[in-house]
Design a protein around this ligand. Structure first.
Ligand code: FAD
Length: 449
């Protein structure tokens, strides 16, 4: 009797460098791919709209790629623990393999599942596939975790280099292991009424093959100008790998190894280091999306919300050129350049005095790369409440930022051209006055520290 192996795919929607898939294939029994859409387990954050759109495309691609090699992807919905156990029973599976997740609720689910499967005599094994350095492996001299990026990255990269990526399996023996699957379309991950995803479709192609193509193209065509031009939103100098890393269509090990074979990738790799650091922070502080990392920020006197100002920010109608351009890029494409993310976030938190959690939630809903660690980590970084954060009193001036990083106005012309017209819109607030109000409010934090 065959005893199939289940590969439980999560944020690792790829065949190459997928240690869980590799282990399943090496076990020599039929392999079943499983994806569980978990909107029920306590604490699991529901995906935002743009992320759901990406997930649909990425699952369709994974399903096709598995099928080409003889495998199959079973789709099921519900709380992960009972769904995985039920799938094990349905398939009479002898083993379940997965790549580890690092969020608090996810870890609880995975730990409980591992022990209940083992109690039932089913092999359950997990692997490192989504981070170069698992959070508990990087420690300060005193054995604690890091709260500052530079020593974190120094310590992480001081040890053995990240392992080489694993080749993708050429053949998968899945034929005898077909199981009932839900239909991807029935999950309604794509928007219909209204279909707001036109800009996403024009901009992106989810799935592993497109991710690998983009990595190769970036390394051969753009890496040279990365150091010089990465802060200029119109330059197209960054990798655009963030959604691909978010969904694990390409592994950080692959990105790392292909980059070190190319000259001059140090700065780019250090940006990957920020991703590692954000996850390190989330692992040690699972409430990152809801709670100030620095508790003195709990004393920040957020004024009553001004809904029309929040809406103006969301829609890119603040009258501030770089902010409006960024927010419209985000709405249209599900992406915003990093420099503009910082400026738009700073404007919300420090000029409109809106709690960073509202901005984080908006980005969570609208970004295709919405990431459980990177998003709250960076919002807290901008707000000043986070790990190794920008000091609160350093307030970005969006006009100076535009002069510096969008000198010829190319980016603003693309996304918010009316700002370059003879009668540009007026800002909804006075930048200098609001800056001073923010600094006054910050005094409360200083007193609480
Ligand atoms: P590149 O410059 O090519 O960088 C390569 C990779 O390094 C990125 O794909 C990403 O995985 C990682 N990286 C780069 N910068 C950062 C950073 N500051 N923090 C963590 N990882 C980084 N990034 C997300 O992936 N998801 C998010 O939800 C997210 N939310 C953000 C919210 C705010 C307010 C800010 C200021 C930044 C946020 N970032 C987020 C970080 C950064 O803006 C994006 O990773 C980057 O713009 C993605 O473009 P790229 O892949 O071309 O970047």
């Amino acid at each position: 009797m065959p005893s199939p192996s289940i590969v439980w795919f999560r944020d690792d929607l790829r065949l190459a460098d997928n240690p869980a898939l590799r282990a399943a294939v090496d076990r020599g029994e039929p392999v079943i791919g499983l994806y569980v859409l978990d909107e029920e387990s306590p604490g699991i954050r529901p995906l935002g709209g743009a992320a759901r759109w990406w997930l649909h495309g990425s699952l369709a691609s994974l399903r096709d790629r598995l099928a080409e090699r003889g495998g199959a992807l079973v789709l099921r919905r519900g709380a992960a623990e009972p769904v995985v156990r039920e799938t094990v029973r349905d398939a009479s599976a002898g083993a379940v393999f997965w790549n580890r997740r690092y969020g608090g609720p996810e870890r609880e689910i995975d730990t409980a599942l591992k022990s209940s499967l083992r109690d039932d005599g089913v092999v359950a094994r997990s692997f490192a596939g989504s981070l170069l350095f698992e959070p508990w492996t990087v420690k300060t001299g005193g054995g604690t975790h890091f709260s500052v990026y530079t020593p974190f990255w120094r310590a992480a990269t001081h040890g053995p280099a990240p392992r080489a990526p694993l080749p993708e399996p050429r053949e998968i023996d899945g034929a005898s292991a077909a199981l009932d699957s839900e239909d991807l379309d029935d999950w309604h991950l794509l928007p219909t009424r209204p279909d707001w995803a036109g800009g996403l479709r024009e901009t992106w192609e989810p799935g592993e093959p497109a991710a690998r193509r983009r990595l190769r193209e970036f390394l051969s065509e753009d890496l040279d100008s990365y150091d010089r031009a990465r802060d200029e939103p119109a330059a197209g100098a960054t990798s655009l790998l963030s959604p691909r890393l978010r969904w694990g269509e390409v592994s950080p090990f692959t990105v790392w190894h292909e980059t070190v074979q190319t000259e001059g990738g140090g700065k780019f790799l250090s940006e990957l280091g920020w991703r590692e650091f954000a996850w390190h922070t989330l692992f040690h502080f699972p409430e990152l999306a809801t709670t100030n990392l620095r508790p003195e920020f709990d004393a920040f006197p957020w004024p009553r919300l001004h809904p029309t100002q929040l809406e103006a920010w969301q829609k890119g109608r603040t009258g501030v050129a770089l902010v409006d351009a960024g927010m419209r890029e985000l709405w249209r494409t599900g992406y915003m350049h990093n420099r503009v993310r910082m400026v738009a976030a700073s404007f919300l938190v420090k000029n409109l005095l809106v709690d960073w959690r509202r901005g984080e939630q908006w980005f969570w809903d609208t970004l295709v790369d919405a990431d459980a660690a990177n998003n709250p980590f960076n919002w807290q970084w901008v707000a000043g409440s986070g790990a190794d954060a920008a000091p609160y009193f350093r307030i970005f001036n969006p006009e100076l930022q535009a002069k510096k990083f969008d000198r010829d106005g190319r980016y603003v012309r693309e996304w918010a051209p009316e700002h370059l017209s003879e009668h540009p819109p007026e800002p909804i607030i006075d930048l200098r006055e609001t800056r001073n109000a923010a600094l006054d409010a910050y005094e409360h934090v200083k007193r609480a520290a």
